[in-house]
Design a protein around this ligand. Structure first.
Ligand SMILES: Nc1ncnc2c1ncn2[C@@H]1O[C@H](COP(=O)(O)OP(=O)(O)OP(=O)(O)O)[C@@H](O)[C@H]1O
Length: 268
């Protein structure tokens, strides 16, 4: 009989072989802005994995690196050092064309200011990512998604004819139309009244619970964060702990004491 010494098999992204592939994984990500003489580390060694089908809120004080985190995780920008994986595939290559293709195939975005094209109708805005990716436009599916966000009767309207909340729902439909694995949202409720904000957050949660997508959302608002499955906190570009099943009160309480938990690198 022969015996073999068990050997841990580790995948290229640092995860044990056989582990479920995470939707997003950052490994020791640093992003440095500024000059060599005066560098600013917007992200300072962030290692974090977000499971598929999870809804994560990213919080922290102003300047803590939240937007930089989202930009790097989503492939809108490249880290100075470290690695980023979406659904197990490394976001690599330094040409903008490669990054653009990667984003078009795998991720969707929702921004605070909606970023709809004003001259296009609702339907044209929603089909745009498919056109840009050279993919077939299935109008029935687009109508279905717009119905899902409550805008099935507004297909021919232009953004200026819609309320802020409705515009953000168009933006969500546009983010979902390519069936991305991960939707990144940067302050998606920042420009909305509380009722519209609630509708937008419910749609994001539905895309996780019903459609098994993964959502990563930067927010300043503890109520918005309470719609997520978990919250990760950033302070000075470093992870400063997390919170599962967050309530708005628990999030607000943590935010109030964030500086004190500064050096905890969680979720690695
Ligand atoms: N393009 C840039 N050039 C130089 N410094 C930058 C740049 N972008 C961000 N920074 C710096 O990096 C740090 C993190 O910025 P970031 O925008 O990620 O923070 P944030 O948490 O999203 O802030 P806020 O909540 O105010 O939007 C800040 O010190 C910021 O000044």
């Amino acid at each position: 009989m022969t015996t073999t010494t068990p050997r841990a098999v580790v995948r290229d992204d640092g995860q044990p072989a056989g582990a479920a592939v995470e939707a997003v994984r950052l490994v020791n990500v640093r992003k440095v802005y500024g000059t060599t003489a005066n560098p600013v580390a917007a992200l300072d060694g962030v290692t974090l994995g977000l499971p598929s089908g999870s809804f994560t809120a990213v919080m922290g004080p102003s300047g803590s690196g939240k937007s930089t985190f989202l930009q790097c995780a989503a492939g809108l920008d490249l880290p100075t050092t470290g690695r980023v994986y979406i659904q197990g595939e490394e976001l690599a290559g330094n040409s903008e064309a490669v990054l653009t293709k990667f984003r078009r195939q795998r991720v969707g975005f929702v921004f605070q200011q909606f970023n709809l094209l004003p001259t296009l109708t609702v339907m044209q805005n929603v089909t745009l990512p498919l056109r840009l990716a050279g993919r077939k436009i299935d109008r029935r599916r687009c109508r279905e998604i717009l119905g899902r966000v409550g805008l099935g009767d507004r297909l021919d309207h232009r953004p200026a004819e819609l309320s802020g909340g409705q515009q953000q729902r168009v933006a969500i439909a546009r983010a979902l139309v390519t069936d991305p694995r991960v939707v990144f949202a940067d302050e998606p409720t920042g420009a909305l009244d509380s009722r519209s904000a609630r509708e937008v957050l419910e749609l994001l949660r539905e895309s996780v619970q019903v459609y098994d997508q993964t959502v990563v959302m930067v927010t300043h608002d503890p109520v918005a964060a309470s719609y997520a499955d978990s919250v990760v906190f950033l302070v000075d570009g470093r992870l400063a702990g997390g919170l599962d099943n967050p309530t708005a009160d628990a999030v607000a309480e943590r935010m109030a004491h964030l500086g004190e938990t500064h050096d905890v690198q969680a979720g690695a």
